[in-house]
Design a protein around this ligand. Structure first.
Ligand code: AHR
Length: 523
């Protein structure tokens, strides 16, 4: 008994004596870990992922991009302040003229002397189309802005002839009827439009000229054939499903389209709009990400399925409509006012696109000005919405190599969802030119910060790194005219530091509900 007491006292004394040796100040264990390996590459972040979309809808074109009567416009009618904001946004490719509008649009109405162009009833959005902005106005805008044009042909109520004559008007070098019309309208050289969409959302019952998958695939095949006979170099985008409703078979649609068009198309289009209808940030960002991942994952598998035979044609995904959209409907002409949490959703989309950089080779934010847009105008000027800033920053990673990162993050459950979501949503890219790794981290938690250990394997990091952070105490903060500086990124610098200094590891705490882009230099 006595010897037991002595042993216990000795143990206590030893513990007391040795304790200070282990009590060197320690950083608490990281809640999350990110491992990056420069050899684990996914693909190049295609510059076309930073595309946009301009539809004849509400004030997107008339009163947005184009205003012939405005003192803010140039001699062509293009709003100069909008051009500056579009340039800074870094738009690589612009989809036009729709959208739903495309399925009732007859392009021949929009060429030649403006005063002789017909005013038409516009059925997709219940409006009047004055046709003062047409093919030449669009393509000249793209030339001026050094943006790649991307034209959607009318596979709703249009014909094969209309589609092939459109390619002839824009791309034909020889003296044909339509090429000479282009010359007469002031553009001698072909515009050489490379990207063409074979219709828009033709699976949607709301679409003019809505078709079954078989009907659409057959129409698209014949239209593509005629367009390619005019110009074999064009790239074609098939209309994938946009209808994820309970009674719609979106997977069946995509399979039929891919099977029929597998030797013809270069891309299949996907569309997704998300919204925080339940006023629950974590669910909004988590569910949206799971959906986008599923649409990309399933469609990639369908592409692989049709490519299983000999001489497969490369086919990619063009995510040619994506954004937050759930508040402003037709009556408000889709003039959605974005808040801070919508800006976080930009990170959700881009992280997903980057993680699938091998297959997502084009993406177009819907849309560019006034209509579900980052830029809002009135007759006196414009303001930048909250979503503008992450788009600009992610755009700086175009051409980088996307990396397959390993992430261990605490997770959360979402009602009616079998899979929990990690709080941290991460993508990463590497720029071999500047030897810089970008780490893009969306912290979806409403109220939790996460201390995170970021390790770049087999690399030596520069001691200092830079940070770009978008955060705001008010999730619902919005911008308006004269007040668009609230939700803006903050820039910072940090040092790896630490004792001992570990040359490939960084500790960083991602604040609750924030989007962070870290730039780490590799020595
Ligand atoms: O971008 C607004 C509309 O959303 C487009 O016209 C249509 O393609 C989609 O349903």
């Amino acid at each position: 008994m006595r010897s037991q007491r002595i042993a216990a006292l000795c143990a206590a004394a030893i513990a007391a004596a040795t304790w200070p040796m282990h009590a060197a100040p320690q950083t608490p264990a990281a809640a999350a870990r990110i491992k990056i390996d420069l050899d684990r590459t996914i693909g190049t972040v295609d510059p076309l992922v930073f595309g946009n979309f301009a539809e004849h809808l509400g004030r997107m074109i008339y009163g947005g991009l184009y205003d012939e009567r405005s003192p803010l416009s140039d001699a062509n009618g293009y709003r100069k302040d909008v051009m500056d904001a579009v340039r800074d946004l870094g738009v690589s490719i612009l989809r036009w003229p729709g959208g739903n509008f495309a399925s009732g649009y007859h392009w021949m109405d929009g060429i030649g002397p403006k005063d002789q162009r017909p005013v038409r009833a516009e059925l997709a959005w219940n409006d009047l189309e004055p046709n003062r902005f047409g093919t030449d106005e669009f393509l000249r805008y793209c030339e001026l802005m050094k943006i790649e044009p991307y034209v959607t042909v009318n596979l709703g109520l249009g014909t094969v002839d209309e589609a092939r004559y459109w390619v002839e008007y824009t791309n034909e070098k020889r003296h044909t009827y339509w090429a000479d019309q282009r010359r007469k309208n002031g553009h001698d050289a072909p515009y050489t439009v490379k990207y063409w969409a074979l219709g828009n959302e033709i699976d949607g019952p709301w679409q003019l000229g809505h078709k079954s998958a078989d009907e659409y695939a057959k129409a698209a095949l014949e239209t593509a054939k005629a367009m390619r006979l005019v110009d074999p170099s064009i790239k074609l985008v098939a209309s994938g499903s946009s209808n994820y409703g309970a009674n719609a078979d979106w997977i069946g649609w995509n399979r039929t389209v891919l099977q029929t068009l597998r030797n013809t198309i270069d891309y299949i289009a996907l569309h997704t709009y998300v919204g925080n209808r339940e006023n629950d940030l974590e669910r909004f960002l988590g569910v949206s990400q799971q959906n986008v991942e599923r649409y990309i994952g399933v469609t990639s598998s369908l592409i692989r399925e049709v490519q299983a035979g000999p001489n497969p044609r490369p086919i990619y995904i063009a995510y040619d409509e994506w954004n937050v959209w759930y508040r402003a409907r037709n009556a408000e002409h889709l003039e959605e006012i974005y808040n801070f949490e919508d800006a976080l959703a930009m990170g959700m989309f881009f992280n997903a696109f980057f993680r699938h950089a091998d297959v997502v080779r084009m993406a177009n934010l819907a849309q560019m000005v006034n209509v579900i847009a980052p830029i809002m105008t009135n007759e006196k000027g414009l303001f930048l919405q909250t979503i503008y800033f992450p788009i600009v920053e992610y755009g700086r990673q175009r051409g980088n190599t996307s990396l397959d990162v390993w992430v261990s993050s605490p997770t959360y459950k979402m009602e009616n969802r079998p899979q929990p979501a990690p709080y941290l949503d991460v993508s990463s890219t590497y720029d071999p030119g500047t030897h810089t790794v970008s780490v893009n981290v969306l912290n979806r938690s409403k109220d939790k910060d996460f201390a995170t250990e970021i390790e770049v394997q087999d690399a030596t990091l520069e001691n200092s790194y830079s940070t770009w952070t978008l955060n705001h105490p008010d999730l619902k903060a919005t911008h308006t005219f004269g007040d668009d500086r609230k939700v803006r990124p903050t820039l910072g610098r940090g040092a790896l530091g630490g004792s001992p200094y570990v040359q490939n590891t960084l500790r960083y705490t991602f604040p609750a509900h924030s989007l962070t882009i870290l730039k780490l230099g590799i020595r």
